[in-house]
Design a protein around this ligand. Structure first.
Ligand code: PMP
Length: 452
């Protein structure tokens, strides 16, 4: 190719009208509300977005828990454009390309000991459904085909595939879509306002909640259960931090009964808690880890499932010679462009010591979040790693309305936050400076004082 062709579209020239906003059926958004009052980003750099009016917006959520290294990283755009020019696509069917093998090796090297094979997907939702399918197929390959039951958790979020919404416990994600998958059960969630309010890091109370898994084993029999899936820290349902000892107990019970343990690390993976994975932070090793988001810094869609040697070896050993061991994959599994982005991102994390940076700033972050105690509407504050949650008292009869008002007000004041129900979640990029933290907390305090 001789020269780069002219841009076919210039975002800054776009003038939103009811007409040109109409065709896009927006995800996770009130289309009617948004289209009457659109909020459009056209650029992003470092800690900030720029909106269509040219205003800077502080990114207090790393996009959606994904832009861990900050926005506009040249290393990623250069790697991606180079890759498109060299090899824009390679089919996943009976073919491979070097970047996929290199990225898998590097992800495996970051993963906890014993988890050393990586299956690539394009999103967190695909990673979850892939992990559930691997768990079921593994049990069958082991001659334990009766193990078909999957166990999730109330207030779990595992994406929007049918597997994910079935094991998930976010009511709005489930109730519109029929009965979901059968043969699923749920553990109780781990949040208890009375015992945990204003906890810093892991709450001391609640390890015993893991014992509920023994109840489900007694009810269904272990021989019917394939896997348990939990987020080490539940993010999308309002930042629920595992009580001390809870994940350890889950691990123990799963091992005792031959049940696979899956950690959904779409948020925790790649440094959000200051360690490679949440599993490292909590010192508990699952059998499978799902990841996405931070793997490519949000720049190109990509996810993955990291599995133990034992799981991988079982597929290799039990399938017929020359057979496809796992009949599963996507047209864009290990897409070369996503792999190039992933490799550039892992380099950035390492070269800039960004996970250590999370560790360093965590105490400052914790104090900043908890400085909001006593602010109007606030009924709980909690934090872990570079995640913070501000829980608001619901407006009577209108759950979620107060946090949504806070979201809109914060945006007006130049900050992007994430709201879920009446909980505000914050999870800035790891390049965040103390001054950004101060600014975020001060905007939030103003916002909370100004809303009903
Ligand atoms: N699992 C978890 C724990 C998540 O937080 C998310 C996204 N927030 C998903 C799965 C789904 O990821 P995606 O939106 O990329 O499908």
């Amino acid at each position: 190719m001789s020269s780069i062709s002219p841009k076919s579209f210039e975002a800054t020239q776009f003038k939103p009208t009811p007409n040109n906003l109409e065709a896009f059926f927006m995800p996770f958004t009130s289309n009617r509300h948004f289209k009457a009052n659109p909020r459009l980003f056209v650029k992003a750099e470092g800690m900030h977005f720029t909106n269509i009016d040219g205003k800077q917006v502080l990114d207090a959520t790393a996009g959606l828990w994904c832009v861990n290294a900050g926005h506009g990283r040249r290393e990623i755009s250069e790697a991606v454009s180079h890759q498109i020019q060299e090899l824009d696509y390679s089919p996943p069917f009976q073919m491979g390309h070097p970047a996929a093998f290199e990225l898998a090796s590097r992800v495996a090297a970051l993963a906890p000991t014993g988890l050393d094979h990586v299956f690539f997907t394009n999103s967190g939702s695909e990673s979850v459904d892939t992990a559930l399918k691997i768990a079921l197929a593994y049990q069958r390959a082991k001659g334990q085909g009766t193990r078909t039951r999957l166990i999730g958790r109330e207030r779990g979020y595992h994406g929007v595939g049918f597997g994910g919404i079935s094991v998930g416990g976010m009511v709005n994600n489930r109730k519109w879509f029929g009965t979901a998958l059968g043969g699923i059960d749920h553990l109780p969630h781990t949040y208890n306002a009375k015992e945990m309010a204003y906890s810093k890091g892991q709450p001391a109370w609640g390890a015993h909640l893991a014992d509920d898994l023994e109840r489900l084993v007694a009810l269904h029999d272990a021989s019917s259960i394939a896997a348990v899936i939990v987020e080490p820290v539940a993010g999308s349902t309002g930042v629920l931090i595992p009580p001390k000892g809870y994940l350890e107990k889950l691990r123990e019970i799963c091992t005792k009964h031959g049940i696979l343990l899956i950690f959904d690390e779409v948020i925790c993976g790649f440094g959000r808690l200051g360690t490679n994975f949440g599993a490292d932070y909590f010192g508990v090793t699952p059998d499978l880890i799902t990841c996405a988001k931070g793997l490519t810094n949000g720049a190109i869609p990509m996810g993955g499932v990291i599995v133990s040697k034992q799981i991988y070896d079982t597929f290799m050993e039990t399938s017929a010679e020359n057979a496809i061991e796992l009949f599963h994959g996507y047209t864009y599994s290990a897409h070369p462009v996503a792999c190039a982005a992933g490799l550039a991102v892992l380099d950035i994390y390492k070269n800039e010591g960004l996970f250590d940076r999370v560790k360093e700033i965590t105490p400052y972050w914790e104090n900043a979040i908890h400085s909001l105690k006593g602010t109007r509407h606030v009924i709980d504050l909690r934090n872990i790693g570079l995640i913070g949650a501000i829980e608001l008292e619901s407006r009577p009869g209108k759950p979620g309305a107060r946090a949504m008002d806070a979201f809109l007000k914060a945006y007006e004041k130049g900050m992007l936050i994430r709201v879920t129900g009446d909980i505000i979640a914050m999870s800035p990029p790891f390049i965040v400076e103390k001054s950004h933290v101060d600014q975020a907390v001060s905007i939030l305090a103003d916002v909370l004082k100004s809303i009903d």
